[in-house]
Design a protein around this ligand. Structure first.
Ligand code: HEM
Length: 232
């Protein structure tokens, strides 16, 4: 029983679980970005993709994915807060000279950037999943030639990002996500003890590479809509 609880009762276990949930979240972010880039393939392409996601497994799969994602986000954040508290208890007085000269801004501010991403996620769900923040641009349907009605995710995204304030919120979130991934998308290898030997180099490069790919892909979508390169 003790061994089964180790992931949540020991520091090493918490770090490992943090690493596993982090990898799965990175995979989600990469997959989500790749799907969203279909906006450049046109209205039908992204709307067909959205329909596929919503109807997979008769609509059941999306709920499994949503609940799984929610569990991942909440576990990842809860562990981060617990580990931070444990670190504070272990070292109640901060060093006069910080021992973080080598550590980057990104690695020192993981909890802060994580909380900002969490806040963004709440806004993002209210915007694109629930249609609360911008009901005028929320989905709606249209009828592609020779096909049945499709939900119009394309126009929702394009008209959403055509508003400078909305585009700015998304761009700020992408910069914060970039900072978080810069450290986090590679540090899971250390948490899982995989940054040895030949893998050491890969673990150093992985974070910055993934962070920049995600920043470039997501920003491209926002900016292309804002600048009218992608239009309704
Ligand atoms: C420019 C960047 C992004 C765009 C264009 C975008 C677009 C979208 C759209 C259109 C939806 C609704 C899909 C539908 O209902 O058919 C959605 C849902 C969602 N997005 Fe994003 N997203 C972006 C960034 C992100 C980021 C960075 C995260 C995570 C950190 C994220 C997490 C989610 C989640 C969890 C959902 C809910 C999925 C569901 O329940 O159906 N998104 N996104």
């Amino acid at each position: 029983m003790n061994a089964m609880l180790a992931p949540v009762t020991t520091s090493i276990g918490k770090k490992a679980l943090m690493g596993v949930t982090g990898v799965l979240l990175v995979l989600f972010v990469l997959g989500h970005m790749t799907g969203n880039l279909l906006i450049f393939a046109g209205r039908d392409a992204i709307n067909e993709y959205a329909r596929f996601l919503h109807e997979a497994g008769h609509g059941a799969l999306i709920w499994v994915a949503r609940l799984g994602l929610l569990a991942l986000f909440v576990t990842h954040l809860a562990l981060a807060i617990l580990l931070k508290q444990e670190n504070r208890k272990a070292r109640p007085v901060r060093y006069v000279v910080e021992d973080t000269i080598q550590a980057s801004w990104a690695s020192r501010n993981m909890l802060l950037t994580g909380l900002v991403i969490f806040a963004f996620l709440a806004y993002h769900l209210a915007h694109f999943t629930l249609g609360l923040t911008d009901p005028d641009t929320f989905k709606g349907t249209y009828e592609p030639r020779g096909k049945e009605n499709l939900e119009d995710v394309y126009q929702m995204v394009v008209r959403g990002f055509q508003q400078p304030l909305v585009a700015s919120i998304y761009m700020l979130a992408q910069l914060t996500l970039c900072a978080h991934l810069w450290h986090g998308a590679g540090s899971w290898m250390q948490s899982l003890g995989l940054n040895r030997g030949k893998l050491r180099g890969a673990s150093k490069l992985m974070g910055p590479v993934i962070a920049l790919v995600v920043l470039a892909g997501n920003s491209l979508i926002v900016l292309a809509c804002l600048l009218g390169i992608v239009n309704v």
